[in-house]
Design a protein. Structure first.
Length: 79
C-alpha cells in the first residue's frame, strides 16, 4: 500500500535529486522512497548503537563486581 505525500523541498535539494535521478534513469518517487528507507535504517542503527553502548556499560559494571567477588572467593581457597 502507498500513501500520497505532499512536501516542500528546498530548491537546491530538488535540483540535486533531479540531476541524480536523470543520471540513474530512475523515477524521482523511487529515489525518494529509497532515500527515506535508507535514512530510517540509519537512524535505527544509531538508536541501537546508543542502546548497546548504554547496556554494555551496565554489563561492564556488573561484570567487574562479579569478578571482584570471585577473586575474593579465590583468596579464601587453600593452595
Amino acid at each position: 500500500m502507498s500513501k500520497t505525500l505532499s512536501l516542500k523541498v528546498k530548491d537546491d535539494i530538488f535540483e540535486d535529486v533531479e540531476r541524480v535521478t536523470r543520471r540513474l534513469h530512475m523515477p524521482r518517487n523511487a529515489y525518494i522512497n529509497d532515500a527515506l528507507e535508507f535514512y530510517n535504517r540509519l537512524n535505527e542503527r544509531r538508536r541501537l548503537k546508543g542502546q548497546l553502548a548504554k547496556e554494555s556499560l551496565l554489563t561492564r559494571k556488573s561484570s567487574a563486581a562479579v569478578l571482584e567477588e570471585m577473586e575474593g572467593l579465590e583468596d579464601g581457597l587453600p593452595e
